[in-house]
Ligand binder design. Structure first.
Ligand code: ZN
Length: 595
């Protein structure tokens, strides 16, 4: 036996249990270490997946039980007594997120990182995975980017292959009676799988996503996979995605998909879903293959620190919306509106003055992934500010190369020199390539952008590309959409959610009217000036009451009814709008330069 055999089946869908059996080649009297990752690539938080492992047992041949020694929360050891050793356990699967595993009688899903124990000494061995069809589910099928064995047809239960443990856990698997569509781009078959009921126009969706896939393949010059899988968990509400080398797991609402009854409509939700598909697909190159040095190879047992997530998430975020424009799905003004939302997220809080993007990236394990009530005031997102830095790089490269190169060229160079040969990047690599493309030494300027906690100055650069940046006001109390306005617009400085009684505060900007009134995250605001608060009524109240005048405000903090004085101010100019002022110059940004 020169491979590791993994076997998974449904143990009890009502109790959300998978059964896993692993058989590996062993030397008699040798000790083997078994462990589960503590985190999974793309989601930078210690998640302790081993907590869902139930009754692990080890056996020698003929079912002779072996001692399994506990080492720590996610590690066991076993001493072999035969040429093969077998492990058996169950996995509790009840997390509908994209990160772990889920099972009920409607569908099943698992990431290998939270399901399959690694045999540390044999991590380089090929893996064979048998996925067994549940007897009660004759209509269920399989969707995964893992390689099918010769005996297994596409969508069938059976044997799947991985070259090693890392590849095994990078191929999440969905099982169920799902809907699937296929399309081909550059000879690569792409699969669109929906694991629950939907009402979407999948033909239109495939047409649009195919354009985005073509865009990314052209940008990098090649598709580094033989097939690709978009696997979407549809729910009532939900949003998110996780990238893998030839697949992505997405989470969306059933109603985010394009409405077949309205073929002309391009809803905001549909645009957001397309942008998510674009984002995760871009990651197939940028972070799954071009990676920070700290991730080559991954150490999944504990935190892996990198200061480069501004590049891996920021550049990816820049292209997710920009590719919608470049493929003709949205026009340039709509693109600028999306970019303005990103910029507003950076500028509306105080975090950009307190944390650099390098530090935001380094502390992702705590500050970003475990955000507290203070997030809007004390952290800057390496996604949003990273996207603005990507914009700065794109325009700077275009400017200094007299329109000969763009950020596309930086990405292509990274692909050729780091992604394809699997060499980890350092920050200098991004700077060096930029300097070469620009024929200028921009090292200190770029370092300053990455390491200092100060606002990014985009205005002069944008002006050279015919776009004016305005500081604008917030359109409504509970919105980060902005508007250029001379008249006063009421502002609270808090975002909130409608509740059965009142509205629940979800963020409070430092020094805003809400902060000055002493309101905090999780407070339930129930009345202002004696009028019952709803999301709608508080907006109307703010428009009818005079600004900067205090009014009584009643709210619950936990179960205590409290009173304060609250006033609405005129909206500060911390929103961002972008407007094209010179069409000709804007073309220099819109132009796709091909080699
Ligand atoms: Zn991402």
């Amino acid at each position: 036996m020169n491979h590791i055999q993994y076997h998974i089946c449904v143990a009890n869908s009502h109790s959300h249990l998978f059964s896993v059996k692993i058989t590996f080649p062993s030397n008699i009297n040798s000790t083997y270490t078994l462990s589960l990752p503590a985190w999974l690539p793309g989601s930078y938080m210690i998640r302790d997946f081993a907590k869902n492992i139930i009754q692990p047992k080890a056996f020698a041949q003929q079912n002779q039980p072996l001692d399994l020694i506990k080492i720590d929360k996610q590690t066991w050891q076993v001493t072999a007594q035969a040429e093969t050793t077998t492990l058996e356990y169950q996995v509790f699967a009840f997390d509908l997120s994209v990160r772990t595993a889920y099972l009920d009688n409607q569908r099943g899903f698992f990431n290998g990182s939270s399901t399959f124990l690694a045999i540390e000494e044999l991590k380089e061995l090929p893996c064979q995975l048998t996925i067994e069809q549940p007897e009660q589910q004759p209509n269920w099928r399989v969707a995964t980017g893992l390689t099918r064995a010769k005996s297994t047809e596409k969508y069938q239960f059976g044997e799947y292959l991985a070259v090693d443990y890392q590849e095994l856990i990078d191929g999440p698997v969905a099982i169920g009676d799902f809907d699937v569509s296929e399309f081909t781009v550059e000879g690569v078959t792409h699969h669109m799988v929906f694991t629950s009921q939907h009402f979407g126009d999948t033909e239109r969706l495939c047409r649009d996503v195919a354009k985005l896939c073509q865009h990314h393949i052209s940008l990098f010059g090649e598709a580094p996979f033989k097939e690709y899988w978009f696997i979407t968990h549809l729910q009532a509400k939900g949003f998110g995605g996780l990238e893998h080398k030839n697949s992505t797991i997405l989470q969306a609402s059933r109603f985010d998909l394009p409405n077949p009854n309205k073929p002309e409509e391009l809803s905001d939700n549909y645009k957001t879903f397309l942008s998510l598909c674009s984002h995760e697909y871009f990651h197939a190159w940028n972070v799954c293959r071009i990676k920070p040095k700290a991730f080559v190879p991954y150490n999944l047992q504990k935190e892996s620190y990198t200061t480069q997530l501004w590049a891996y998430e920021g550049i990816t975020s820049y292209y997710d919306d920009f590719s919608l424009y470049r493929t003709g799905i949205i026009d340039f003004d709509s693109y600028l509106a999306l970019l303005a939302k990103t910029a507003t997220r950076v500028y509306r809080g105080l975090g950009q003055h307190k944390l650099s993007v390098e530090d935001s990236s380094f502390y992702t394990w705590t500050k970003f992934y475990q955000q507290g009530a203070d997030a809007v005031n004390n952290i800057v997102s390496y996604y949003t500010k990273g996207a603005l830095i990507a914009l700065w790089l794109d325009l700077t490269i275009r400017k200094h190369s007299q329109g000969q190169y763009s950020l596309d060229d930086l990405m292509r160079e990274l692909w050729i020199h780091f992604g394809r040969p699997n060499i980890g990047t350092q920050t200098e690599d991004f700077i060096n390539i930029t300097n070469i493309l620009c024929q200028q030494d921009l090292t200190s300027q770029i370092n300053q952008m990455l390491t200092s906690a100060s606002a990014l100055e985009l205005q002069p650069l944008l002006a050279e590309f015919g776009v004016v940046k305005h500081f604008s006001k917030f359109k409504a109390l509970n919105s980060i959409e902005t508007v250029v306005a001379n008249q006063p617009i009421p502002y609270l400085g808090a975002l909130f959610q409608n509740k059965e009684l009142g509205v629940k505060i979800t963020s409070v900007v430092e020094n805003s009217p809400a902060a000055q009134a002493g309101l905090a995250v999780n407070d339930i605001l129930i009345a202002v000036n004696g009028i019952k608060v709803t999301e709608q009524s508080i907006q109307q109240l703010s428009e009818h009451l005079p600004l900067n005048k205090p009014f009584s405000c009643h709210y619950f903090r936990d179960d205590l009814l409290l009173t304060t004085q609250l006033s609405f101010s005129d909206s500060p100019l911390t929103g961002i709008s972008f407007v094209v002022s010179e069409e000709e110059k804007a073309k220099l940004w819109q132009k796709i330069i091909r080699n």
